[in-house]
Write a protein that binds this ligand. Structure first.
Ligand code: 9GP
Length: 797
């Protein structure tokens, strides 16, 4: 598409889609007009991919996820369609600022963190590889809350990405699926009719997901909940306005808010309803599509692969069995076999409290038929395995992890260590019964968004050196290794990083009024705030470092900027205290005349995909410091490595594989292994001993206790200091000394800028394996047993 065609398309949409005269158009109008013009380019390719899938009777992959953290889509679409030049020139001709339009787009935060962002990366990779696939999720009206700080405290406000029209979606009122809850079951022999007492409708909204060079397009289908019976006019006419609107409001509640994945009682019922709503609508839609093409349901596993992302859609097993057995009359055992061969399950956490369970009373009330089927599935599983001790329905609860496992032909972990630990911890018994079921698929990230788009300086340096083949064969990044030996090239690599750091420094100055030195180490920890991720370990080390600088301000310290980003779940008080402590520390340290040249603390609010895209390219150091055995994989660690940040980290999650690939000499390792953590935890008084043995740690804890960071409320962080001193389940104290040592190694390494740049460039060169294209190929081979389709021709550049 030429620039002038693009310009005309933008103007056409401005006038005829948005009804705006160019003379009065605002940023929003221009952004929407541009988005529609780009979307038009995508649609033909998207249709073509769908046509081919039908014509060639391709197997489809269905990715069921309660979260899709897609972020902004405009730049992604422009880049993948190779339209940058046309757009840039068209906007220049119209005198419109491209960056202003990009910044205007809301960041769709339909997820809590890594799990949701992984789902978004997978969608993009599936499209890039030409794999016929569909993502199913919920169209939350309010995604993850917007975070701001008041006196350092986290304040949550509703996120409202849908307050403006969402440019990328197509509403499908004709795809409306009935969803029931509650009611009673009438058994007829082994089958049953379920008569729900409450009904609502799931309505589809489709967003095309276009792969690299526009060669393939898939669909992200998000469900919105709608009332079955609209507005109650009779009640309204009687003047009972609130009651007239009530059924509608209740029905819409299901897709109103993304549920933060913590584990409180409140909202449990709503959460279970959301899970069933999402799963039932998706399964019904999958069966409908299958039956439009084939008439033998026995073919289902050959033509459809259903991946359930964590336990949230684990009710998919019983729901599919219900449809096959109760509604289509298939024999129960056969129905279970077909469902199992169609479904596979990804487990994303070993934290036992995060493996969902539902009380049998609640489950029985909301999903009476499913409860019966779960018991029959358990019964069949007992007969198949000749054992009685592993049941999904046990101790008055339905264990969704167990249900997911029993109803899947493959269960995968998300990094090598995580997969091995699954076999010995959460799924030990099930693994013994089904030794071939657990497989590993180490996570990945899309290099289109996480290098090409977010870091144009580095991306063009790489492309200039080795061509652009790395964009869809990220392993090709290793071709830059010979360039790393060339000092002139390495200078350019370092210059790209420096320029990114200058940009970030300017942004920090403008938005947060904090001056930071772009020559300092940009030390970044961005992720959900959680004890197991140990932001407090980083904070304690920061305090100890600050104290040493104060002791001896002229000792030639290596300047650091500690950057934090992340949200604490609203009910997780301890995590919120960590956020506040970081902000309190920032206030004190950033204004300390003795130290502020050498140490700054920066915590930009509202960490989201867009902020990640801004921070990651500017990082020198990637903090991956979780307690070993607790982080399933991590994906931020991969993005940072790809962008040339060196990791300081434990042997946890995918850190293990990152270290193997980039080389131990290019990674700052510290801390106990997962085994050592378990052994140490069994020792009484481990925290007190660690504190007694490390005067820096003792002094840092004392500083918090003394109220130096919270003079108006000295006891503010009592719960943190007490917990760390006496309990310390996550081994912050026991790992502190080694973390301190590793941080000082970082300082030393940074004083040799050439060698640092070499290490950073080698991180980039060796990170190609962490492309989500590789991960998706792994799922295709080991789990989905499917091929890519021959693709549509490349979008011309
Ligand atoms: O905590 C894991 C994180 O380590 C992983 O990278 C991500 C994607 O696999 O999933 C996270 N898990 C959850 O958010 C909840 O299970």
């Amino acid at each position: 598409m030429t620039a002038s065609e693009m310009k005309n398309a933008i103007l056409h949409h401005l006038v005829y889609t948005l009804g705006k005269d160019a003379a009065h158009a605002k940023t929003y109008d221009w952004r929407m007009a541009l988005s529609f013009a780009v979307r038009d380019q995508i649609v033909d390719r998207w249709f073509e991919a769908t046509r081919r899938t039908y014509a060639e009777h391709r197997k489809r992959v269905y990715y069921l996820s309660l979260e899709f953290l897609i972020g902004r889509l405009l730049k992604d679409a422009v880049i993948n369609m190779r339209l940058e030049e046309a757009v840039q020139d068209a906007l220049d001709a119209l005198k419109i600022d491209w960056h202003e339009l990009l910044e205007d787009e809301p960041d769709a935060a339909l997820g809590n963190g890594g799990l949701g962002r992984l789902a978004a990366c997978f969608m993009e990779s599936q499209a890039t590889l030409g794999l016929p696939a569909m993502g199913y999720g919920i169209r939350y009206e309010h995604g993850l809350f917007r975070q701001s700080f008041e006196d350092g405290r986290q304040v949550e406000e509703p996120e409202d990405w849908l307050s403006q029209t969402h440019a990328w979606e197509f509403v499908r009122p004709e795809v409306a699926i009935d969803i029931g809850f509650g009611g009673h079951v009438q058994e007829i022999g082994s089958r049953a009719n379920w008569y729900p007492s409450e009904m609502l409708i799931a309505m589809a909204h489709d967003t095309p997901v276009i792969g690299w060079k526009g060669r393939w397009g898939n669909t992200l289908r998000l469900w919105e909940s709608r009332p079955m019976h609209g507005f109650d006019l009779a009640r309204f006419n009687r003047g009972d306005y609130a009651a007239a609107a009530e059924p509608e409001a209740l029905a819409r509640t299901l897709s109103r808010v993304l549920y933060p994945d913590d584990h409180t009682e409140q909202g449990k019922e709503l959460r279970l309803k959301q899970e069933f709503f999402h799963t039932a609508a998706s399964i019904r839609d999958i069966i409908r599509r299958f039956e439009s093409e084939y008439d033998d349901l026995k073919l289902l596993p050959k033509k459809a692969a259903i991946q359930i992302n964590d336990t949230h859609p684990a009710i998919a097993g019983p729901e599919l069995v219900r449809i096959l057995h109760d509604e289509r009359g298939m024999d129960f055992e056969e129905a279970v076999g077909i469902a199992r061969n169609t479904i596979s399950y990804t487990n994303h956490t070993l934290l036992p409290e995060a493996l969902e369970t539902w009380g049998e009373a609640r489950m029985g009330r909301l999903l009476p038929r499913h409860m019966q089927l779960i018991d029959r599935i358990d019964d069949l599983h007992r007969r198949e395995t000749g054992t009685g001790h592993v049941n999904a329905h046990q101790d008055g609860k339905v264990h969704m992890g167990t249900l997911g496992f029993i109803m899947a032909h493959k269960v995968n972990g998300v990094a090598a260590l995580h997969t091995e630990l699954q076999k010995t911890t959460v799924f030990k018994d099930l693994h013994e019964l089904h030794p071939d079921r657990i497989v590993n698929q180490t996570n990945g990230v899309t290099p289109r968004r996480w290098l090409l788009s977010c870091n144009p300086r580095l991306a063009s340096l790489i492309t200039e050196g080795i061509g652009d083949g790395w964009v869809d064969h990220a392993e090709d990044l290793e071709k830059i290794e010979p360039l790393v030996a060339d000092p002139a090239w390495l200078d350019r690599y370092a210059a790209a990083k420096k320029a990114n750091k200058v940009d970030l420094s300017n942004w920090i100055a403008e938005t947060m009024e904090i001056g930071v030195d772009p020559d300092a180490i940009f030390d970044i920890q961005v992720k959900r705030i959680h004890e197991y991720k140990r932001q407090h370990l980083n904070l304690l080390e920061t305090i100890a470092h600050w104290q040493e600088i104060r002791d001896n301000p002229n000792a030639g310290w290596v300047p650091r900027v500690k950057i934090f980003g992340g949200k604490a779940f609203p009910n997780y008080i301890y995590a919120k205290d960590m956020v506040r402590l970081a902000n309190d520390m920032a206030r004190v340290m950033n204004s300390d005349p003795l130290t502020s040249r050498y140490l700054k603390v920066v915590f930009p609010p509202n960490y989201n995909v867009s902020l990640a895209e801004r921070l990651i390219p500017a990082a020198d150091l990637s903090e991956q410091i979780s307690t070993a055995g607790k982080e399933a994989s991590g994906t931020g660690n991969m993005k940072l490595t790809l962008n040339g940040a060196l990791t300081i980290g434990t042997l946890d999650g995918a850190n293990v594989e990152i270290r193997e690939l980039v080389g131990a000499e290019n990674f700052f390792l510290f801390g106990m292994t997962a085994e050592e953590v378990m052994a140490r935890r069994a020792e009484a008084g481990h925290a007190a001993r660690a504190i007694a043995e490390d005067h820096r740690l003792a002094r840092a804890l004392e500083a918090i206790r003394s109220g130096i960071f919270s003079p108006d409320e000295p006891g503010r962080y009592h719960s943190i200091t007490e917990n760390l001193s006496h309990h310390d389940y996550f081994m912050v104290c026991s790992d502190f000394t080694d973390y301190w040592r590793a941080q000082r190694e970082v300082d030393t390494a940074f004083t040799d800028p050439k060698d640092w740049a070499r290490k950073a460039a080698l991180n980039t060169a060796r990170a190609g394996w962490f492309s989500s294209d590789r991960t998706i190929r792994g799922y295709m081979k080991d789990i989905w047993h499917t091929d890519a389709a021959p693709q549509v021709a490349d979008a011309a550049e």
